[in-house]
Design a protein around this ligand. Structure first.
Ligand code: ATP
Length: 698
């Protein structure tokens, strides 16, 4: 018997039911079903006394006697109420249906075991429609103490596959295949972490004998799941390091040194220096760099990108930056061209709106190597874009690019160029371990000196007039202001209306010619967007009304006020990104979050968090708690988050332990060829063949 057999091998599962289980729950093989875990258990191991009951107790089991039964008339029909009592107190059992036969069957003053969901109303406890069994009967039966409850769908239930039936299937499966369940971890790991055996763990995860056994079983299975994912990610990294040769940038040469000594516009922060060292070590070592650069908004990633590119250029290579939007690519282009303007370097910009003639020129310069740095958007991925020798590819805000798109950029070379992925959306460390576990990670955890914290306040819509007044004062001082409106796809038409209405009212309040206003939104042509953007960058307009197109990376140091309309509709990391557009110069900056009075609890938490902290990593932690890992920016494409039993957020301690153990195992035995690692190797190979998550991360 093999656990890879289809579930029709399990007693009681017909082809028709197997098909349903597959379409509804994705369960195909015995192994799938074995790893389909309950999401909760009905715990019948514990008994309560009535005095112990708490308003928030959910399902409870109590032994006591029924002392009285009566029918109580109510508006529609009547209900049956039994007074139930133990040595510590009294409560009620209630029925709304089937009252006649229940009334007839209830035995007064005999001990019952009662089980059900507890209600608490007006200080009184009751259980509606309880399960009841005379103690004499209860004692005769062999009890399943903790019943598993599995996730299900309406269709399954309607087709007769109840939770009870699922339980039976899994029971049958365990009976038929128990001997075939192989240990997957080494004896050493089992001893080290005092783990249950795999068989015992699976049995107890489905049919636990006690809470304690359940906890042990879950720990073992979570550890195993995270261990093998980490093993896979780390092996991928190891293979990348040992097999993929990278270009060697031996020289820290003329351009780098010239820029560092003569053109650096400021002193690097210690964090920038450290990260640059990490990058230099990679690119000089002969292995292929695959590094994630995390830095909070405004922490100064661009300069690190530029210096890394100069390392490549000094060694005869070309460099590229790919950005997710035209605005961003253009901005990088302007910033970088400006910084290297006296250095005899050729920098160009390639986006969707570059004209054919210019495009051809870029293609030609790229192929003959005269173009040193090319900055662009997705347009870089087109087949016609061929580098002479691309040494480093920097990808800004990687979550906007698919894995396949990135791969396309790699494949433009004989050897893959060094890769630096930059993200301004901090991801909590433990999550990064999973989602980017195969990359090396650098963090810029320090802001440039002299930055003042952006003062952040929350105001209700009714305060708009005083907000306008504040804007006028700031503009008077020579500052610029952003006003951002939400744009959510589902209500796009409405949102555009809000934006245009807002624009009109701002135009009335801030009339020309004294005030000039830019507007930028996604429905505009790229060239118009760019024109409006540039007017704001050059200081020709004082106010920029926009949707979230300006969310990431836009850098206008003179802009010191960020007003966010309907702030409650934005996600936390989005708000943080938007706020990051101000506070980029030396002036005191402000962020005003405007909202209606109607706020959900989550909305309140988001706004409160923004007012309380400006630390991107802290904000990411809160966001993670509010929305779960799959919704965070930077994690959407990660199959690593579709776990069967572990939770990368809640089980961080297990995750860290599993990762450290995986590192230790690979350090000792990179190919898993030692006899003591046979179990691990077999499971690893098996998972590589069969697991969906694994194919996504390999
Ligand atoms: N070490 C430094 N000292 C002073 N100013 C700096 C330093 N590093 C960067 N800056 C300036 O800080 C601002 C933000 O830098 P940059 O645009 O590189 O940030 P970023 O990390 O890309 O942030 P975001 O992701 O928000 O765009 C720029 O105006 C830049 O010139």
């Amino acid at each position: 018997m093999n656990l890879n057999y289809p579930i029709t091998y399990i007693k009681g599962i017909s082809v028709q039911r197997a098909t349903l289980l597959y379409t509804e729950l994705g369960i195909k093989t015995c192994n799938d079903l074995l790893n389909f875990f309950p999401f909760r258990y009905i715990d019948k191991t514990a008994f309560y006394s009535i005095k112990e009951l708490q308003p928030n107790s959910s399902e409870v089991q109590i032994v006591g006697k029924i002392t009285r039964v009566k029918s109580v008339a109510q508006k529609r029909g009547s209900r049956l109420v039994a007074t139930f009592q133990d040595a510590t107190g009294t409560m009620e059992l209630v029925w709304f249906k089937g009252q006649k036969w229940i009334k007839d069957s209830l035995k007064i003053n005999q001990p019952y075991v009662v089980y059900g969901k507890l209600n608490h109303y007006n200080g009184n406890f009751s259980i509606p429609h309880p399960e009841l069994e005379l103690v004499t009967e209860y004692k005769k039966k062999l009890q399943t103490k903790m019943q598993p409850v599995y996730p299900s769908t309406e269709k399954l239930v309607n087709s007769g596959i109840s939770n009870k039936l699922l339980r039976t299937y899994i029971q049958n499966l365990l009976q038929q295949f128990y001997e075939g369940i192989q240990e997957s971890l080494s004896l050493e790991i089992i001893a080290d972490f005092k783990l249950m055996s795999k068989r015992e763990a699976l049995l107890n995860a489905h049919f636990p004998k006690s809470q304690e056994n359940l906890a042990k079983a879950q720990f073992r299975l979570k550890f195993e799941e995270l261990f093998f994912i980490q093993l896979q990610l780390l092996r991928k990294k190891l293979i990348n390091k040992t097999k993929n040769k990278g270009f060697v940038f031996e020289n820290v040469g003329k351009k780098f040194n010239d820029f560092y000594s003569n053109h650096l516009p400021f002193n690097l922060t210690n964090a920038q220096k450290r990260v640059l060292k990490e990058i230099r070590k990679d690119v000089a070592s002969g292995v292929h760099m695959n590094r994630l650069l995390q830095g909070d908004v405004g922490s100064g990633k661009t300069i690190v990108a530029l210096l890394s590119m100069l390392l490549a250029i000094d060694n005869g290579f070309q460099a590229t930056i790919m950005a997710p939007t035209e605005i961003l690519a253009t901005q990088h282009y302007h910033a970088i061209s400006e910084m290297v303007k006296d250095m005899n370097l050729n920098v160009d910009l390639l986006t969707g709106s570059v004209r054919i003639k210019k495009r051809r020129e870029i293609h030609a310069n790229l192929e003959d190597g005269t173009l040193h740095i090319l900055i662009g958007t997705h347009a870089l991925l087109e087949d016609k874009v061929r580098f002479k020798n691309l040494g480093i590819a920097i990808i800004d805000e990687q979550h906007r690019f698919g894995v396949a798109q990135r791969a396309k950029l790699w494949s433009k070379n004989s050897l893959p160029p060094h890769i630096l992925v930059m993200t301004a959306t901090p991801i909590p460390r433990t999550l990064a371990m999973s989602v980017y576990g195969d990359l090396d990670i650098s963090v810029i955890d320090e802001l440039p000196p002299g930055r003042k914290e952006v003062k952040t306040v929350h105001r209700f819509d009714s305060n708009r007039l005083s907000v306008f007044k504040f804007m006028k004062d700031e503009i008077e001082k020579g500052r610029q202001v952003y006003i951002v409106y939400p744009l959510i796809q589902e209500s796009e038409a409405m949102d555009y209306k809000d934006l245009m209405d807002g624009y009109e009212s701002v135009s009335r309040e801030f009339p020309a010619p004294k005030y000039q206003i830019s507007i930028v939104h996604g429905q505009m042509k790229p060239a118009d967007k760019e024109y409006e953007m540039q007017r704001f960058v050059k200081g020709e307009t004082q106010i920029m009304v926009a949707t979230t197109v300006i969310e990431v990376g836009v850098n206008v140091p003179n802009a010191s006020v960020m007003i966010i309309e309907s702030a409650e509709r934005f996600g936390l990391s989005q708000l943080h990104q938007l706020r990051g557009r101000v506070g980029r110069g030396a002036d005191q900056s402000y962020c005003i979050l405007l909202s209606s009075y109607k706020l959900s609890e989550e909305g309140k938490t988001r706004l409160k968090t923004m007012v309380e902290t400006s630390d991107g990593f802290k904000i990411a932690e809160v966001d993670l708690k509010l929305r779960g890992p799959g919704n965070l920016m930077g994690t959407q494409q990660s199959g690593v988050l579709n776990l069967k039993i572990a939770d990368v957020v809640k089980d961080t301690q297990i995750l860290v332990a599993a990762r450290n153990k995986a590192i230790a195992v690979l350090q000792e035995d990179g190919n898993l060829s030692k006899p003591e690692n046979t179990n691990i190797k077999n499971t690893y190979l098996e998972l590589s063949k069969n697991s969906k998550i694994w194919s996504e991360i390999s």
